[in-house]
Design a protein around this ligand. Sequence first.
Ligand code: ZN
Length: 161
Amino acid sequence: MKIEKDRVVRFHYALFDADTGAELESSRGRDALAFLAGRGGIIPGLEAAFEGKEAGASFETTVAPEQAYGPRHENAVQRIPKKHFTHSRLVPGATVMLRTDQGPRVVVVKKVGMSVVDVDLNHPMAGKNLRFAVDVVDVREATAEEISHGHAHGDGGHKHD
Ligand code: ZN
């Protein structure tokens, strides 16, 4: 079955900084991830590379920032009260979750003070050319419920409480 809109894809991936070759993330040794094709659940450049592939396919693709996490913005450092952080390991360089009015956001800690923290609001992968090595595990038709929710359920998909 080919990957197209409203089919659920499970896949493993390794993600590298395309410029340095450093591995940034990998799903190897963990559960495969699932997404509902054509619904914007993954970054656009990666989604496009899945189109038309089948279960068992392996491919590599390099995605520019514009099709991934966007460009890096200079002057994106902000000083934020410590109480806004859900994460306790506040050390420079740590990637932590920040609660914002627009929902949770991933930021990088720059400097930690007594009651405030300076964070870089750029996504940690902003401005990077990303190389993905992907193995397609399986492809299936989405259920009506998945289509109405706009995301995949089941193994590797969205879990509802
Ligand atoms: Zn759902």
